[in-house]
Design a binder for this molecule. Sequence first.
Ligand code: SAH
Length: 194
Amino acid sequence: MRAWSWWDHVYLYGLIVYIAIRGRFGARTKHNEKVVRRVDVRDRALVALVFIGSMILPLLYLFTHWLAFADYSFPQFVPWCGAVVMLFALWLFWRSHVDLGLNWSITLEIRKDHELVERGVYRRVRHPMYTAIFLFSIAQGLLLPNWLAGWSALVSFALLYLSRVGREEQMMREFFGESYVAYMQRTGRLWPMK
Ligand code: SAH
């Protein structure tokens, strides 16, 4: 095993909190009855790629020497910034799960009794959970000085986001009609519009 820096610990604890949030809310939505499903091979493949980029490669980096060829070094202030970004990402990840409640799904689905959530962190941003995942992926890059393990989450999640966000909004528009169109007009995708 490689010698651990303080920042490796910070990253690992952040990842554990991230998995705990997802696990807790994921378990709650397990028995949801679905009325719309837009899952396809591409979405599934990209979810798998994100899993590799945000869990497998960082864990290989932490627990083996295999990725050492891609190591580099960065100035001390970089991981400090990473820790701050990670804290904010975890807060936003948790809040978006709380606000979405039973309406959460790992993929493109609408459940029976699905409610359009427009409160809390959804009030001015349509995809705060994706913002949180982007921020967590950036924090990973700022905490782990390795080209592969550091930036694999950001690249894989960017691909999933680009492939999914338009289709997700289309699905929501088809299901919620005018209310979603009005919601789109007063919100930004990843960042508050006004
Ligand atoms: N894109 C959102 C949610 C991600 S979870 C975010 O980043 O915060 C993906 C599922 O959330 C989708 O299948 C859709 O059913 C649901 N969803 C997305 N936006 C929603 C909203 N405003 N209200 C209720 N459900 C929503």
